[in-house]
Write a protein that binds this ligand. Structure first.
Ligand code: C2O
Length: 280
């Protein structure tokens, strides 16, 4: 993917820019040229990123001629995954990226509620792990009792750009803090590039492993309680995005086709989830 010419929509450069286009005013709402289209901070967050990873994965699979290829997820909700995975920290590997917080390279334990360098605290690793597990419990259960609380608020044609407040629980935390924790902080960069900024996040290969686990959290949430269901609202189901597929063809995908991973050809293996027992 990295070896493809930049002009190819399947190239890593263009795949990374897809994220920028959908977050930094690259598109307007259809027929509403004064309103930017934004995929963060609303019920579009989970389906957009699922569809984005879906085509990213298909492109990679076709480039290596392996239709069974799947993106690995960064298992940051489990104590064994609470550091940047080593595979992303090998110089000269395609997964490497220079633009990360150098104090947070493995084996530094992550803080899922990270709030910037001023908040860097001196907790022991055990304390961080314990805190992370209660963050996970809170955002998957306590703060995720309704679809709005978990998936985010409605975002319909004509609405202004969503704000942080309208984001779902996992999007706000740990999703956002992980972006900032990985990114290279000021004054080295303007604002936590690459991972900590919408326009540049897709340039770090770890982005896709991070979002694979965000995607997994959506699947898990739906298994935690019978009432944990997707919206049935037509404005949700009929929303759509454009991507390039593995044949470099422009394709349109509807939110309604992103709700069931099995129909999209993948599933998550059941795993131990210690945070389920970490009610704060
Ligand atoms: Cu489109 Cu993790 O952000």
């Amino acid at each position: 993917m990295k070896a493809l010419p930049d002009s190819d929509p399947r190239s890593f450069k263009q795949q990374a820019d897809v994220h920028c286009a959908y977050c930094n005013g690259g598109y307007h709402q259809v027929g509403l040229p004064d309103l930017d289209f934004q995929v963060h901070g609303s019920w579009l967050f989970f389906p957009f990123h699922r569809a984005y990873l879906y085509f990213y994965e298909r492109i990679l699979g076709s480039l290596i001629n392996d239709p069974t290829f799947t993106i690995p997820y960064w298992n940051w909700d489990h104590p064994d995954g609470m550091a940047m995975p080593d595979m992303f920290n090998i110089k000269d590997s395609p997964f490497f990226n220079q633009n990360r917080d150098q104090r947070h390279l493995p084996p530094t334990v992550i803080e899922l509620s990270y709030d910037g360098p001023n908040q860097e605290n001196n907790m022991s690793n055990d304390e961080k792990v314990r805190q992370n597990l209660s963050v996970m419990y809170r955002e998957m259960v306590g703060n995720a009792k309704t679809r709005e609380m978990f998936l985010g608020s409605p975002y319909r044609a004509g609405d202004d750009e969503p704000t942080k407040k309208s984001a779902g629980s996992i999007e706000r935390q740990p999703h956002g803090p992980i972006h900032n924790w990985v990114g290279n902080p000021p004054p080295n960069t303007l604002r936590y590039e690459d991972m900590g900024n919408f326009y540049s996040a897709g340039r770090d290969p770890i982005f896709y492993a991070h979002h694979a686990n965000v995607d997994r959290s959506w699947s898990i949430w739906k298994t935690l309680a019978r009432k944990n269901r997707d919206f049935k609202d037509k404005d949700f189901l009929n929303a759509y995005f454009y991507f390039y597929d593995e044949n470099a063809q422009l394709v349109k995908i509807y939110v309604r086709d992103c709700l069931d991973t099995k129909k999209m050809g993948y599933d998550y293996q059941p795993m131990d989830m210690p945070w389920l027992k970490s009610r704060p």
